[in-house]
Each structure stands twice: as structure tokens, then as C-alpha cells.
Design a protein around this ligand. Structure first.
Ligand code: S3P
Length: 413
């Protein structure tokens, strides 16, 4: 995939598609199968670079893993069977891989070093080091409390009761993974509930044979069909865990026509087919209680807001500034390039109603979700949109362009 997307505006979005496996669940399935007993076979795994990095990390820790298309066979080594990695473990762009592995590796007998790309090495890691240190882990961060993360092994960890300061499924999961090794029980308390994939997978006799479609990837198509006149799109077998469906709740509040049907379960994870038809949208004030459940979906939600009547206001979402990019700043800059008026706050943004994207060039700042958000903006823009710096779309959604062009977009790379 080239670095630049060139999007030619187009007409209605029609199709019946499936998006690849959920990234969050894929990371957890790989890590937990690696420390399980026996062999696990998991199908419909995400093939995003982030997940491939987690596979490489577990291989470096001595786990035999075979990947064929989207099916992965993992030869679990048991709770105490991991081996030291010969070199620093590179988590690439993935905050989930880095934070979950910090939890797991804090409890091992050996030392580890975790590194990442420039974006990941700018992201805050104290949030994960702090509770793990309370458990007795020895973790060294950079002077800015970022990666590289050096973990000194051979510590005996004790269980803690921990109140999460920031709603974060990654921090919660890191503590729970370390908690598998502690003397005494570990409890994590959340004021705001976050995705519970780790908890679900840690339950006894859970069947994690098949990974649901990634709702965070589906989001770009849900928004695309919602804002493009005449659209009628079905996305099959999408994970609809209630802690992930904030995107559907928010778009429905804006007037979107979204229908869930064929409800089913893959293990403990609910899945459904989703039908999206074009409907005129209106802006809203995003309810605070929906923010955590839509945390990765805001770049796409902002695009929907531009096409809506009435202003849209998001506050209380400072976390968006410490994702793969500063997503509030990155979106505001891109909007300005396309002549869309917004007002930026330290913890959110206001998007003014009834606007049209002009053609133009935007930078994704190397953030996969910013790149895909502006790609769908290009479809409803008045002229061609160029999105620069799109190589990392493959961290979460390697076949985005192919699927987008299949349902009626025209993205040239
Ligand atoms: C994730 C949790 C969220 C989310 C990220 C994936 C996970 O991060 O933004 O893309 O898999 O646990 P936080 O835990 O930082 O909120």
C-alpha cells in the first residue's frame, strides 16, 4: 500500500461485506493462548500489523505459533513456560500489545525490554507501571514516563485492589494478567466500565475459536453509508460487545438508520450483522457515558458530524490526545485543510453544522484511524481529497482500500 490515498468523490455505498477480526480480541487471544496449557486454534484473527507484532512477541518469548491465512495455531507453554526474549520486544504501533505485555512480563522470572515506533514511544506508560509497581513489579520507564520499558523479572507479586484512575481496558488488562501470578487476589475497580474482552476470556472453559469482526474497522463503513445518499450496506458477523457499540448508540442519537440482526455468539462475545442505510443526521452533544465505549471511533464520528444539521459537541475526551496521534489536533488540522470549521478544546471539539468538505490535502500524522476517517470524508467531498501518510492503515485494517473500493468508493493509492 502506498503512502498517499487519493479519494475521488462518489455515489451511494452498496454491498454485503465482512471486516477482518477484532484487533483487541485478537491480541488477548494470542497472549492468553500462549500461557494456556495445550494447543489453541483461533480463526478469523486480525492480520493487522499490531496483531502480527503480538504474535512475534510471543514467539520471541518461546511460544510456537503457526499462522495460515487468518487461522492461528498456538502451542501454549503454560503459565510458567515463557522464556526470555533474546532481544527487545518491538510492539510497533500497538499500545495494547505494549501495555498488556508489560503486565504479563512484570510477573516473569526474567528481564524484558519493550520498545515501539516513534508514536508508541511518545505514549504515556506510567498509567500501567504505577499499579504494577504497587503489586511489587520493578519497571523502569524513560524520564518522560514512556517506553522503552525495562522490566526486571524475578519479583514476587502480590494481589492489589486498584481503582482505575483513567478508564482504560489496557491498564485493567495489564493488571489482570499480572494478577494471574500474584500471591493473594487482585481486584480492579472501574468508575467507567471499559471493554471486558480480557475478563470474558479468563473465564473457565471459554471457547475462543473464532474472533468476531472488528467493530472499530466496521465503523468507517457504518459512517460512510450513513452520510452517503442512497446507501444500503450490510456488514456481517461484527462483534457487538456492549462496551464497543458506542458508535452505534451515538450515530443512532444523530438519526442514523442502523439495524442489527442475526444475533449470535462467538464464545462469550456477541456478534451480529449490521445493516446501514443513508439517513439525514443531526448533531448532538455526545453523552459522557458513551465516550469510553466509542473511544476509537471519534475520528469517524467527527466526519459524520460535519455532514449533520445542528452542531456536535464533544467534551471530557482528553484521552483522544494520547492515542496513536493527538486525535483532536489531527482531526482539527485536517478539517481546516478541507475548509471545515471547528472549535478545539483541551478535552474535545465542536463541529459546526451543515458543512461540506472541500477537496484538499490532509495529513494523517501516521495514525491509521485519522487516515481512514479522512478517506471517507473524501467520498462526500466537493473535490478530490488526498490523505498523506497512510502506510499505517495496515496496523488495523490491511484490506481497507480493497473493501472501500468494492462498496463504491474510489481510492487510488
Ligand atoms: C484497547 C483499549 C483502548 C483503545 C485501544 C484498544 C484495548 O485503549 O483505545 O485501541 O484493546 O484494550 P485504552 O485502554 O488506552 O483506553
Amino acid at each position: 500500500m502506498n503512502n498517499i490515498f487519493n479519494i475521488v468523490p462518489g455515489k451511494s455505498i452498496i454491498g454485503d461485506i465482512q471486516v477482518s477480526g477484532d484487533k483487541s480480541i485478537s491480541h488477548r487471544a494470542i497472549i492468553l493462548s500462549s500461557i494456556a496449557e495445550d494447543i489453541s486454534t483461533i480463526s478469523n484473527l486480525s492480520l493487522g500489523l499490531d496483531v502480527l507484532n503480538t504474535i512475534e512477541a510471543m514467539r520471541a518469548l518461546g511460544v510456537e505459533i503457526h499462522l495460515k491465512n487468518t487461522t492461528c495455531e498456538i502451542h501454549g507453554v503454560g503459565l510458567h513456560g515463557l522464556k526470555p526474549s533474546k532481544k527487545p520486544i518491538n510492539c510497533g504501533n500497538s499500545g495494547t500489545a505494549m501495555r498488556l505485555l508489560t503486565g504479563l512480563l512484570s510477573a516473569q522470572k526474567f528481564n524484558s525490554i519493550l520498545i515501539g515506533d516513534d508514536s508508541l514511544q511518545r505514549r504515556p506508560m506510567l498509567r500501567v507501571a504505577e499499579p504494577l509497581r504497587l503489586m511489587g513489579a520493578k519497571i523502569n520507564l524513560s524520564s518522560r514516563n514512556t517506553a522503552p520499558i525495562e522490566i526486571i523479572g524475578g519479583r514476587t507479586l502480590k494481589g492489589i485492589q486498584y481503582d482505575l484512575k483513567i478508564p482504560s481496558a489496557q491498564v485493567k488488562s495489564a493488571i489482570l494478567l499480572a494478577g494471574l501470578y500474584t500471591i493473594g487476589a487482585t481486584q480492579v475497580h472501574e468508575n467507567v466500565l471499559t471493554r471486558d474482552h480480557t475478563e470474558k476470556m479468563l473465564q473457565k472453559n471459554v471457547d475462543i475459536k473464532k474472533i468476531p469482526g472488528d467493530i472499530s474497522s466496521a465503523t468507517f463503513f457504518i459512517v460512510l453509508a450513513s452520510i452517503t445518499k442512497g446507501s444500503d450496506l450490510i456488514i456481517r458477523k461484527v462483534g457487538v460487545n456492549p462496551f464497543r457499540t458506542g458508535i452505534i448508540d451515538i450515530l443512532k442519537l444523530m438519526g442514523a438508520n442502523i439495524e442489527l440482526f442475526n444475533h449470535d455468539f462467538f464464545g462469550l462475545e456477541p456478534v451480529a450483522d449490521i445493516r446501514i442505510r443513508y439517513a439525514p443526521l443531526h448533531g448532538i452533544t455526545i453523552p459522557q457515558e458513551l465516550i469510553a465505549n466509542a473511544i476509537d471511533e471519534f475520528p469517524a464520528i467527527f466526519i459524520a458530524a460535519v455532514c449533520a444539521s445542528d452542531n456536535t459537541v464533544l467534551r471530557g475526551a482528553r484521552e483522544l490526545r494520547v492515542k496513536e496521534s493527538d486525535r483532536i489536533a489531527a482531526m482539527a488540522k485536517g478539517f481546516a485543510q478541507l475548509n471545515v470549521k471547528t472549535e478545539e478544546y483541551d478535552d474535545g471539539i465542536m463541529i459546526f453544522a451543515d458543512q461540506k468538505f472541500q477537496g484538499g490535502c490532509v495529513n494523517s500524522f501516521g495514525d491509521h484511524r485519522i487516515a481512514m476517517a479522512f478517506a471517507i470524508a473524501g467520498h462526500v467531498a466537493k473535490g478530490p481529497v488526498f490523505v498523506d501518510n497512510c502506510a499505517l492503515v495496515k496496523t488495523s485494517f490491511p484490506n481497507f482500500v480493497e473493501l472501500a473500493n468494492q462498496v463504491g468508493m474510489q481510492i487510488n493509492t
